[in-house]
Design a protein around this ligand. Sequence first.
Ligand code: HEM
Ligand SMILES: *[C@@H]1O[C@H](CO)[C@@H](O)[C@H](O)[C@H]1NC(C)=O
Length: 486
Amino acid sequence: MPFVSDLQFASIVPDGLPLSLVGIVATVVIGIIYSVLTKERPLAGFPLAAIEGQSPKKSWLFHGPQTLNEALAKYSGPFQVMTGTGPKIVLPNRFADEIRNNPSLNFQKAFLKLTQSLNLVTDDLVDETTAALRDIYGSSPEWTTTTLKDGVTDLVARLSSRVFLGQDVCRNERWLQIAKSYTVDSFIASYIMRMAPSPLRFFVYWFVPQGRSIRKAVRDARQIIDPEVTKRIAAVDAARAAGLKPPKTADSLGWMYEVARGRQVDYPASQLSLTMAAIHTTTETTGQAMLDICEHPDVAQQLREEIVQVIGEHGWSKNSVTKLKLMDSFLKESSRVHPLNLSSMNRYVEQPVELSDGTVLPKGSRIMVAANFADPVTYPSPATFDAARFLRKRQEPGQEHAHQFVTTTPEHMHFGHGEHACPGRFFAAHLDKVALCHLLLKYEWRFVPSEGGFPAPDTFETGFSGSRTGQVQFRRRQEEIVLDLE
Ligand code: HEM
Ligand SMILES: *[C@@H]1O[C@H](CO)[C@@H](O)[C@H](O)[C@H]1NC(C)=O
């Protein structure tokens, strides 16, 4: 989920919120009466976290990281926080493994298809990275200033759309616009809706500007995606009629069709959900990696050497990308030192659960687990950025697979942990590595010299989101090996 800081939020609302003054006043008044009557009550038996001088709700919304860290230090066990939608229990990360094995639906199966076809999609990713970088960054040998988030979002939207929907759709301007804005619009709409009392939320949805762009996005997505689905079904039918095997499609329309086995699928809606889960998170991860590249030029150079050696020798394939082990370690360290979210494993308690320390999680409560990316026992000198940290761990006997970027542990929950850990992480890591190979060999990167750094990220609850306006500089360099396919 993306975030808006309180300041940005304030600047979003007055712009063209098409509610009349009377409507606003009425909503506020009803809202106040409602919230007094139904005051969100803390759960019994769990200390409620808040920083000094703040209400628990404001403390969590606007000072999430500080609230979390203070409470972890103060209470040795579980505590609760007051979120915008009621209380939530926070468990220290030593409970992560107890939580992970709670039985649930296996939704992950649908993603196996994507993970299994990573080899098939590598050429598509390489091809699209070549084309996208040409469009986004061009080939000037002069240092050029750019807004980091814009370029990275464009790149990630194109790469993931290429794999999810194929070449035509991924270069469709309107689809790219939807892919980039749908998640943020949904988030802002839900943020505004949460401020209204729940019986009025549906009503508010019809009036916030983001609600309108969401509805338009859904209509336009149907117009773009439906013909693509029809085309594919026609191609399959034609092949079958001619006694041939249907064309093998690597994209997600193809694998959703196969996984569905004849059941009805709402392809446009599925694509919008995929987009929501995939684009924002992958953009944040890639953007942070680019900042670490600017900050550690020596690491950038080591990564280049590894790319030249590995891709130079083996060419492009899923396996060669897997051999980029310093890059894998670098990405894991980047997300450890600058986590996307200090909490993870959002779960709803369907039946009371007793934890090993005797705590009982009440039925109907919501829980999450506090991350601990800086545990000094697991990570010596946790504050130091050490790009090869996980590579060295992998070189210890028997540890080859325990410290990959996609491995989840209670001490590294970038992709969550357990049954509901991110099923898209194998794909996201693969995409990220292909993109970084091109970004590193084709360009040099640095902070804008006159600024000497990059603005701090925005926060929302315990989540971080890279600055939307922060700039960096790049210039074209000559890649040592041929990365493009043609
Ligand atoms: C670097 C990029 C990404 C990050 C950091 C990320 C992170 C996460 C996290 C933290 C969760 C919650 C896990 C938990 O609660 O245990 C999650 C869930 C999920 N992610 Fe990702 N994700 C990324 C990319 C993707 C991509 C590319 C896709 C789709 C191809 C995807 C699809 C999903 C889905 C469908 C879920 C829900 C899983 C469930 O509820 O069982 N993610 N992701
Ligand atoms: C951070 O993670 C928690 C727990 O999974 C989740 O409830 C929250 O929405 C996330 N925050 C953001 C801004 O993504």
